[in-house]
Design a protein around this ligand. Structure first.
Ligand code: ZN
Length: 359
């Protein structure tokens, strides 16, 4: 009896030490890039090679939801040793030619203006309603089109949220804005589909609410509308044997507060919180703080966190290295850089050296 027990104990020790080794060596490095169909294959091969040599393991490619362009790029990236994720702008769909034929698919502000023709902050803010059957089905059909592409790791949702009710603090002066309270022109979605579904569930109308910013059912209704799109996208991705991942706001409470996004409640495989410290006038150690928040919120689930690092917000390669280490030391399984264009040769050298130092 004693021998097998000892054997099992030794076996368990081996498993633990292997798992630890795996954990250290599998920390991954990614980069978000936007593709252009006009560029040559050889040009992409060169770009991908440069990333691989700089220690990058995966590319998250925005093809403007064009499966054909994605199909073209996947073998080129894989040949250079990179994994590919299909990055899609989900609820914000600028210049979506099909959606633009349906003005009623767009989100409506508390002022009653549709972002079909009245766009908050910037012209590319063209948000579709997550509740209305036709608009959510359109988004999910785009997810499916990408999920079908052979060889990708995941469909990677971006803009899977509401428009910013509060902008990141460092961006406010750019728009000459003060946002001390929820402003009606940035508060969405008061479209007929949302209001009537909410009324059915809660027997009250947000349009006549005394103060929508403290109406928890109304907030939660919108968090759940986004969750429902994600959970459906998860089923679609998995049906095609792909994962579902997403670029999200820094940590769940912050995402909830700023953009009505509660990603710790989603069915998803991995998240890439955009921990862009410079947007929030924070120091580099905040990368560690925000990473830790998400990691501890997802502790019970099998959802992995990859910390998004904003390259233009870094003052030096020393800070780049620090940001990577803050992410890793606080439980992230990888980092991803925004974006490919911003990565200099010296950044790539730093990434490679930092990666080597982890082993
Ligand atoms: Zn709506």
């Amino acid at each position: 009896m004693k021998l097998p027990k000892l054997f099992l104990f030794l076996l368990a020790l081996t498993v633990v030490s292997c798992a630890k080794k795996e954990e250290t060596t599998s920390f991954k490095f990614g980069v978000w890039i936007t593709a252009d169909a006009k560029r040559e294959d050889a040009d992409y091969a060169k770009e991908f090679k440069k990333y691989k040599e700089g220690g990058i393991d995966e590319v998250l490619i925005n093809t403007q939801t064009d499966p054909k362009l994605l199909k073209r790029l996947v073998p080129i990236a894989k040949k250079e040793g990179l994994k590919v994720h299909a990055w899609i702008m989900a609820m914000n769909r600028p210049n979506d030619s099909l959606a633009l034929q349906h003005p009623d698919w767009y989100q409506v502000s508390k002022e009653g203006k549709s972002c079909f023709d009245n766009r908050p902050y910037v012209d590319y803010y063209q948000w579709l309603c997550p509740t209305k059957k036709e608009s959510r089905e359109h988004v999910l059909a785009l997810v499916e089109g990408l999920a079908k592409v052979e060889g990708i790791e995941s469909v990677h949702l971006d803009y899977i949220r509401f428009p910013d009710i509060f902008l990141p603090i460092s961006l406010l002066p750019k728009y000459n804005l003060v946002q001390d309270t929820e402003l009606p022109q940035f508060d969405f979605c008061y479209c007929d589909a949302c209001v009537s579904k909410f009324e059915k569930e809660h027997h009250k109308n947000p349009k006549t609410s005394h103060n929508t910013s403290i109406d928890m059912e109304w907030k939660n209704f919108r968090l759940n509308a986004i969750k429902a799109v994600v959970d459906d996208a998860y089923k679609i991705a998995h049906k095609h044997n792909k994962k579902l991942t997403a670029a999200v706001f820094p940590y769940p409470e912050m995402a909830d507060h700023m953009v009505r996004q509660r990603w710790d409640k989603w069915n998803i495989d991995e998240v890439y919180p955009m921990i862009y410290h410079s947007f929030y006038n924070e120091e580099i150690d905040w990368v560690g703080y925000a990473t830790k928040q998400g990691v501890s919120d997802l502790e019970e689930k099998a959802i992995k966190i990859n910390t998004g690092i904003y390259i233009p917000g870094l003052k030096s390669d020393k800070e780049l290295k620090e940001a990577i280490l803050y992410a890793k030391d606080n439980g992230a399984k990888g980092v991803s850089f925004f974006d490919g264009n911003a990565l200099s040769d010296s950044n790539l050298k730093t990434i490679k050296e930092t990666k080597a130092s982890l082993k």
